[in-house]
Ligand binder design. Structure first.
Ligand code: ZN
Length: 250
């Protein structure tokens, strides 16, 4: 038989109060997380983030951007440009300044074909390991190469390897440039087949996707007709990074 004493009632009440308090704390925590999520995704933090750059476009518009890093290369560029021209797609080329200088004719052909040229630093170092002044110099030198060739000054920088930190943010902000990241990595630099490159890209596409590929990779050139054909059949349009940015940032 349960013997009720003043102490046991007090104990039960304390237990009830503890459970109640725990529930309130959990409820409040959930509210805080929801509020934070909404702030980051929709609100003032989202706006703040979009000032730093772009990793994907408007998630409600069926547009994608093909981006090609590390060019211009000594080999494989005419093939890449011919494939894009045949498919009537304008890509975005993140060029390495010193290569753009060395292969100036190729740089000019990329630009003349109507593709967008953006900044992938001058010497392709790990930018996050450098001081802000050096980071800015890397970005500036690459821009200067384009300006000397009479090509529109790049507005986006893609840090080599994709690693970035606050030093890069602040440097870019001072230069009025933005980070140009990606949302779908083709991993075409791993030596995989064209079929694999196409399949891996296609399974990850969402509206606003920015696809990371590389210049001078034969498998990428070979995979392009499959990627472009399938996405067009799904209702996607191919745009440059700047066009994606102008259309709205996720
Ligand atoms: Zn790179």
């Amino acid at each position: 038989m349960d013997i009720i004493t003043a102490n046991s009632v007090k104990y039960r009440l304390t237990l009830k109060t503890k459970t109640y308090r725990r529930r309130v704390v959990i409820k409040n925590l959930i509210l805080v997380f929801v509020a934070l999520f909404l702030c980051v995704e929709q609100g003032p933090l989202g706006d703040e983030r979009s000032r730093w750059g772009i990793a994907s476009g408007d998630p409600f518009v069926k547009e994608v951007a093909l981006t090609f890093d590390d060019g211009p290369r000594e080999k494989g560029m005419p093939e890449l440009l011919a494939a894009l021209s045949k498919l009537d797609v304008k890509g975005t080329f993140f060029l390495v300044g010193k290569f753009a200088e060395r292969y100036a004719d190729t740089t000019l052909s990329i630009s003349r074909a109507g593709h967008e040229i953006e900044n992938h630093s001058y010497t392709h170092p790990k930018l996050y390991e450098l001081w802000t002044e050096k980071i800015m110099r890397e970005a500036e030198r690459c821009n200067e190469v384009m300006e000397a060739l009479d090509i529109r000054t790049p507005r986006f920088l893609r840090p080599p390897g994709g690693g970035f930190n606050l030093k890069i943010f602040y440097g870019l902000r001072r230069m009025n440039m933005k980070l140009g990241l990606w949302s779908v990595n083709s991993a075409d630099y791993t030596g995989k087949s064209a079929e694999r490159v196409a399949a891996d890209v296609l399974k990850n596409i969402r509206p606003g996707a920015i696809i990371l590929m590389h210049s001078g990779v034969p498998a990428t050139v070979e995979a392009l007709p499959e990627i472009v054909g399938t996405l067009r059949a799904r209702g996607y349009r191919f745009v440059t990074l700047q066009e994606l940015w102008d259309g709205g940032v996720a």
